[in-house]
Write a protein of this length. Structure first.
Length: 98
């Protein structure tokens, strides 16, 4: 998983590229938490994420529990297949998606 970081004031935008699965999710989660700690807003750009496994979903939940309410989390540019998974699992109710 490749992560590209862009900061604008109290907002960090992280662009993820690759698969968020058993192999990458733990390391990716740690990196995201490190980059987002102390920031008011975290935006995850998922345009280049074509697969998220249950381990990837678990990492997103961990981010929510670890960073909120200090950090607002927004998910953006979610691919159609991943968005369908979010709808089925109820993640569209847990996260702000644009």
């Amino acid at each position: 998983m490749k992560i590209t970081e862009h900061k604008e004031g109290n907002t960090v935008i992280l662009t993820l590229e690759g698969r968020l699965d058993n192999t990458t999710s733990e390391t990716t989660g740690i990196q995201i938490i490190e980059k987002a700690t102390g920031m008011e807003n975290l935006t995850l750009d998922l345009a280049k994420v074509d697969y998220i496994s249950s381990a990837g979903l678990a990492i997103l939940l961990k981010l929510q529990k670890t960073l909120c309410p200090q950090t607002n989390i927004v998910l953006m540019n979610i691919q159609k297949e991943v968005l369908m998974l979010f709808e089925i699992t109820g993640f569209t109710q847990l996260f702000k998606i644009i």
